[in-house]
Design a protein around this ligand. Structure first.
Ligand code: F0G
Length: 357
């Protein structure tokens, strides 16, 4: 099952899933050995999920800490093969971190356009450390993407947002890994939805595995937006999206139609969860499952909890939730949503007292 090389060393998604991806010349492949992320059984949430088998696809364990690496290895490798010298993206943070890292590895320049003051600290520090030119605009993600599309149309810079089809190609490999791990597709696959590229990619991946006869069932695709940034749910673009889940603070998703198609074809849903539900799931996963994801990622599990409460999920179902990014991306949110550390004197007696002994 597992696509490990003879030596047992994971070679990154392009080499591991070569048969399912557009061809790329070997010397253009730019990889940080992304993919092969764990699918973790959520064993401590039976009080919520009962006899539903819940698994967490922990994409925060990719090299730059998010699922974007799967798409970025493809997009940057292709750009390199085509002789590009620079890449550009708009981002709520994770795409910029991945673009910056893979461009660095390829010896290319990266330009990233982000909404000022809206990027989690970890992501901003990555984009800066990997040497990209970080441009902060007074505007939101949707405006940034519009500008990036204009610039990359007219100048010799390759766009690496998920409207670049190679991004979707790379990201679909996460669905392959889920199938290989389980030996079949899950009953339901839950994802946070922002620009809607990832739900599009997973659905493409599942369909390709089914077409090749590697799986015999398809999952229902369950996309969850944050309530204040839920254009697909309300059916029109949101001018000024609002949510604490900054990664998915998007009012006019680029892959809107493809996400709706994934929902319709699979018999799934695209729905919204509140910021409170997101934070609750975020804290629950960290405290009870030992899995630290960023707030936007927890929208998948918040969605699964909501669907369980609404009676949509049934005992015996296999439910996969993708946790798209690592919790360390957003230390400010982690600290502001948790109990403060206890200040205590450097004195054993006083410490023991606080410990409850
Ligand atoms: N989760 C995280 C952690 C993300 O960073 C994103 C998107 C999503 C979910 C949503 O995925 O856009 O494919 O629907 N982040 C983009 C970025 C927009 O710029 O990093 P999507």
């Amino acid at each position: 099952m597992a696509r490990l090389t003879k030596k047992g060393i994971w070679e990154g998604i392009i080499r591991e899933f070569r048969d399912f991806l557009p061809e790329i010349s070997d010397d253009a492949i730019t990889t940080l050995k992304e993919g092969n992320t764990p699918l973790i059984e959520a064993t401590n949430l039976r009080d919520i999920f009962g006899d539903i088998r819940l698994l967490l696809k922990y994409e925060g364990l990719n090299p730059t800490g998010s699922f974007k690496d799967r798409g970025m290895t493809m997009a940057v490798s292709k750009a390199r093969e085509e002789g590009a010298k620079a890449v550009m993206c708009a981002s709520t943070g994770n795409t910029s971190a991945a673009a910056a890292a893979y461009a660095a590895k390829a010896g290319m320049k990266a330009f990233v356009l982000v909404p000022e003051g809206q990027i989690a600290l970890g992501k901003l520090s990555q984009a800066i450390m990997h040497g990209s030119l970080v441009l902060q605009i007074k505007g939101n993600f949707d405006e940034a993407l519009r500008i990036v599309k204009e610039i990359t149309k007219d100048y010799p810079v390759t766009l690496v947002n998920s409207i670049n089809p190679y991004r979707i190609e790379g990201q679909k490999t996460a669905a392959f890994e889920v199938c290989e791990h389980l030996g079949h597709a899950p009953t339901y696959h839950f994802l946070p939805v922002g620009n809607a590229g990832n739900i599009t990619a997973y659905w493409k991946g599942y369909k390709e595995y089914e077409a090749k006869g590697l799986i015999s069932n398809l999952p229902k695709m369950m996309g969850f937006q944050a309530e204040g940034a839920a254009p697909i749910v309300v059916g029109h673009p949101i001018e000024n999206p609002q949510t604490i889940a900054t990664a998915i603070k998007i009012g006019n998703p680029a892959s809107w139609e493809a996400a709706v198609a994934a929902k319709n074809e699979s018999g799934g849903v695209i729905d919204a969860v509140t910021d409170d539900e997101i934070i609750e799931a975020y804290k629950l996963l960290a405290a009870r499952e030992g899995v630290f994801c960023e707030p936007a990622s927890a929208a998948s599990v918040a969605g699964a909890i909501k669907m369980k409460k609404e009676g949509v999920l049934a005992d015996g179902d296999t439910v996969v939730c993708t946790l798209t990014g690592h919790g360390l991306k957003d230390p400010d949110r982690a600290i502001s949503s948790s109990a403060k550390p206890v200040k205590v004197a450097a004195d054993i007696k006083k410490i023991l007292k606080v410990m409850g002994f």
